[in-house]
Design a protein around this ligand. Structure first.
Ligand code: ATP
Ligand code: MG
Length: 308
């Protein structure tokens, strides 16, 4: 449905999005996972037409989005990272405003607004000013605003940032409902667990580049049958590197002062590894073991954890 090819964008000579390509298929919730500053919003803004790419192509159902203009963009719903609502208006008025922008009016718009208020659980607060809403309620209304014209493809830019776990679950449920109703979704997040629970296929982006993309299983196979072992304590990076020579099947993912990450075949067991740590004279405070997961893929690809 959405095909992104070799998209590039820089700001004042600094590259924010560096030749990224991926495809979102009809009916799926595609995850776009990356840490702060990875280039997620820049990508979304190029898809929605807010930013012009330096190079690359964006096609929606085979049609060129970059020359297609507003008519093609009507197929898109955009839910921006920063909530875009009129605080002094109530929910109905906000949705009427957004509907109006898409040329909706009268009874069809009223019906659509009722549907969305029902779906987002805001029906009984619909006549209150948005300024009195909780963060979670604002996020849900923000999402409803992006859905008012029943877009084919919904672009969600970190819709759960800054809300409590209950509001977050509500939001994720809503994403699933919209997907079930037939909306294709591009779901941007820096939360691994969200990508893991929502998305069949996803892309991992960091520093403007896609590090891995495909089904979750395919991505997890990057770490293969390995587990990641993170060791902290008091030791030098060189001492940590040296373990490589003692255990052939071990890969040193990163070795810094007092913190190292190793990749070890699951079949191998960790006993020999722990012995080697001690024999190597490393003063250990903590050993954390991670089974293959999106998190371990990220660590393997970047040498760091995906965090704020
Ligand atoms: N308008 C701009 N002018 C200059 N630099 C920008 C601009 N927009 C983004 N950048 C830079 O581009 C890079 C990517 O930013 P972007 O906002 O796309 O990241 P992101 O993945 O959405 O991050 P976050 O999780 O913080 O929202 C960052 O280094 C950012 O500082
Ligand atoms: Mg962003």
């Amino acid at each position: 449905m959405l095909k992104i090819e070799n998209l590039v964008k820089s700001f004042n000579g600094t590259i924010a999005v560096d030749r990224i390509s991926f495809e979102v298929r009809k009916g799926e919730i595609f995850g776009f996972l990356g840490p702060n500053g990875a280039g997620k919003t820049t990508t979304i803004n190029m898809i929605s037409g807010l930013l012009k790419p330096d190079a690359g192509a964006i096609h929606l159902d085979g049609r060129d989005m970059l020359s297609g203009g507003p008519a093609l963009r009507k197929n898109l719903g955009v839910v921006p990272q920063d909530v875009a609502l009129y605080e002094e208006l109530n929910a109905v008025e906000n949705l009427r405003f957004w509907g109006g922008l898409y040329g909706l009016k009268g009874a069809p718009l009223r019906r659509r607004i009722d549907e969305l208020l029902e779906a987002t659980g805001l029906a009984d607060r619909a006549k209150e000013r948005v300024s009195g809403y909780s963060g979670g309620m604002k996020r849900r209304l923000n999402m409803a605003a992006g859905m008012v014209h029943k877009p084919k493809l919904l672009l969600l830019d970190e819709p759960t940032v800054g809300i409590d776990p209950q509001a977050r679950n509500h939001m994720l449920g809503l994403v699933r409902v919209f997907a079930k109703q037939g909306t294709t979704i591009l779901y941007t997040t820096h939360y691994l667990d969200e990508a893991e629970s929502l998305c069949g296929r996803l892309a991992i982006i960091d520093h403007g580049r896609i590090l891995a993309s495909g089904t979750q299983d395919a991505i997890k196979r990057i770490v293969g049958e390995n587990r990641l072992v993170r060791v902290t304590g008091r030791f030098s990076g060189i001492a940590a590197e040296r373990l490589q020579k003692k255990i052939k099947s071990l890969t040193v993912v990163s070795a810094a002062e007092n913190e190292a990450v190793f990749s070890l075949p699951v079949a191998q067991g960790t006993g020999r590894f722990l012995e080697a740590l001690i024999a190597g004279g490393l003063e250990i405070e903590n050993v954390g073991i991670k089974e293959p997961s999106l998190d371990s893929v990220f660590i393997k690809l970047t040498g760091r954890e995906l965090r704020d």
